[in-house]
Design a binder for this molecule. Structure first.
Ligand code: 5RP
Length: 238
């Protein structure tokens, strides 16, 4: 589902040798645990990415039971998969406030800051997360990092893109990645020592539509799946 992924920041907590099959199993475990929060009749925001693909499978298996659930997708790919699985997908503005939104992340730091946007959908994901009473993040344990690092995805208007990238400084446009809304996705490659200050700087750069830093206050709970099962971390959203 993601395109032209930039490499993720090395995780000091992941340890060596986690094979892709194990990571997929962990993503599935986190997704299935969070899927249990979804009940019939709920308005549900669906994120984007490979972890969300597991969530969609879990919800799809319950499509009959969830026939009155109203889903909002953060990307065309998610919308298509959800519909194919028998889930009802509507536009955010037709649904209104969401009961819950569930999404993956590229990095999670000890304070609960997230980096998102590996799939280039972070602008829609942020809007959907902010529209939800509960925002639940699902990750495999290697996404937990001691400290956030580059790349931080940034959605940029095509108009004046060279100026915007120059203003951002250390940023590289992705070869083929465009956001679901036709904008360019670039990766900010500078340091992320102070996520709050960086988020303000990125937001304040003309031409930037949205960046992939999600503050802890946006997140209700983080489901982290690893070798010891699924751990639930409280987020900063009250
Ligand atoms: C897409 C995202 C994804 O949630 C994030 O990139 C994690 O993806 P995956 O579950 O494939 O590791 O932010 O824009």
């Amino acid at each position: 589902m993601a395109s032209d992924r930039a490499p993720e920041a090395p995780s000091p907590l992941s340890g060596p040798g986690l094979d892709p099959t194990t990571i997929e199993r962990h993503k599935d475990a986190a997704a299935r645990a969070a899927a249990e929060l979804v009940q019939d009749g709920m308005r549900v925001g669906l994120g984007t990415g490979s972890t969300v693909a597991h969530l969609l499978s879990a919800l799809g298996e319950r499509a009959e039971e969830l026939q009155n659930a109203r889903c909002v997708a953060t990307s065309p790919a998610t919308a298509q998969i959800a519909k194919d699985l028998g889930l009802t997908v509507e536009e955010l503005d037709d649904v209104g406030e969401l009961d819950i939104a569930i999404d993956g992340a590229d990095q999670v730091d000890p304070d609960g800051w997230l980096v998102k946007g590996g799939g280039g959908a972070h602008t829609r994901e942020k809007i959907v997360a902010a529209s939800a009473r509960l925002f639940v993040v699902i990750v495999s344990a290697e996404k937990e990092v001691g400290r956030l690092g580059p790349p931080v995805p940034v959605e940029v208007l095509r108009f004046g893109v060279d100026h915007t990238l120059a203003a951002l400084g250390d940023a590289r446009p992705r070869d083929i990645a465009a956001s679901p809304d036709g904008n360019l996705i670039a990766d900010y490659l500078g340091p992320v020592d102070d996520p709050h200050a960086l988020a303000e700087r990125l937001s304040g750069t003309p031409g930037v539509v949205e960046h992939g830093l999600f503050a802890p206050e946006m997140v209700s709970e983080i489901f982290v799946a690893g070798a010891d099962g699924v751990r639930r971390r409280a987020g900063g959203k009250r």
